[in-house]
Design a protein around this ligand. Structure first.
Ligand SMILES: Cc1ncc(COP(=O)(O)O)c(C=O)c1O
Length: 284
């Protein structure tokens, strides 16, 4: 079946979708995106993704009516006959954009795509991810660190750095040498009996999965906090894991060639992963 996308109010075959050559996302990476997962036709925390998108659009001065997006996303899944899907909403500052002149009321370009969700093989979750500390530094005060922008170059270069080093993920530190997040994931460590994740002020994307994990920790009676900590704390941690809407919870079992904890997915990680998976599976 050929892919159908939503573009600026219309559902059209992907092969016929056209974005103007002057699109601000294409020319300058002036745009935002959300990646979400649908399971049995329902999208995990679509409302939270749309709230994050609306807040980010406001921060970038992109006018966006998110009211149209929820039905458009659902229709994109339906029209493509998908049950289990990976959905992406891309919003750019549009075609009427000038870097030299601030203008309000510009028409955003909005694209929604949905493809079959291909889960990672279970053995990868059983084995866990290995990571390095990225050579690139995150700026805690840059909006590029806290928003999910289409200027994804630093993230992709860090991911490339990881893959070229033979590991799965690269962890960013900020200008104060505190841990931020992975190239496409948020990070949690278990220090003693406390789950710790870098605070948003460190310069991270406030992940929707991260938020769900913090809630689940509360429900399961696991102490959790958002804080600043240096990379050494990851190596000292009993357990660590990474989170992302498409990947879910992924154990982090080694950093810079040294095991994290005992080098295997930890007990609390496994408990939270199974609670998260059933939360996504039973989400309606
Ligand atoms: C840099 C970065 N951090 C964290 C995440 C995880 O966010 P979420 O849980 O909302 O998918 C992502 C997702 O792609 C990301 O790109």
């Amino acid at each position: 079946m050929s892919e159908t996308v939503y573009l600026n109010g219309a559902f059209i075959p992907a092969v016929d979708a056209r974005i103007h050559v002057s699109d601000a996302g294409f020319l300058y990476g002036y745009g935002l995106f959300e990646t979400m997962r649908a399971n049995e036709g329902s999208i995990f925390r679509l409302d939270r993704h749309l709230e994050r998108l609306a807040g980010s659009a406001g921060a970038l001065g992109i006018e966006l009516d998110t009211g149209q997006l929820s039905p458009a996303v659902m229709e994109t899944i339906r029209i493509n006959d998908l049950n289990s899907a990976r959905i992406r909403i891309t919003v750019t500052a549009g075609t009427d954009f000038s870097p030299e002149q601030y203008r309000s009321g510009q028409q955003a370009n909005i694209l929604i795509t949905a493809r079959q969700y291909e889960p990672l093989p279970p053995e990868i979750y059983r084995r866990g991810y290995s990571a390095i500390i990225s050579s690139m530094v995150r700026c805690s005060r840059s909006p590029a660190s806290t928003l999910k922008t289409t200027s994804y170059l630093q993230n992709l270069l860090a991911k490339r750095e990881a893959l070229l080093s033979g590991v799965d993920e690269a962890i960013f530190l900020n200008e104060e040498d505190n841990v931020c997040e992975g190239s496409i994931t948020n990070l949690f460590i278990l220090s003693g009996n406390t789950l710790i994740t870098p605070a948003v002020s460190c310069g991270i994307l406030a992940g929707i999965t991260r938020e769900a994990v913090l809630e689940l920790a509360g429900k399961l009676g696991i102490a959790a906090l958002e804080a600043q900590f240096p990379a050494g704390e990851i190596s000292e941690a009993g357990e660590a894991f990474l989170t992302n809407s498409v990947i879910g919870l992924m154990p982090l079992v080694s950093l810079g060639g040294k095991p994290v904890g005992n080098g295997k997915p930890g007990k609390i990680t496994t408990r939270l992963a199974s609670a998260y998976n059933s939360m996504v599976t039973n989400y309606a």
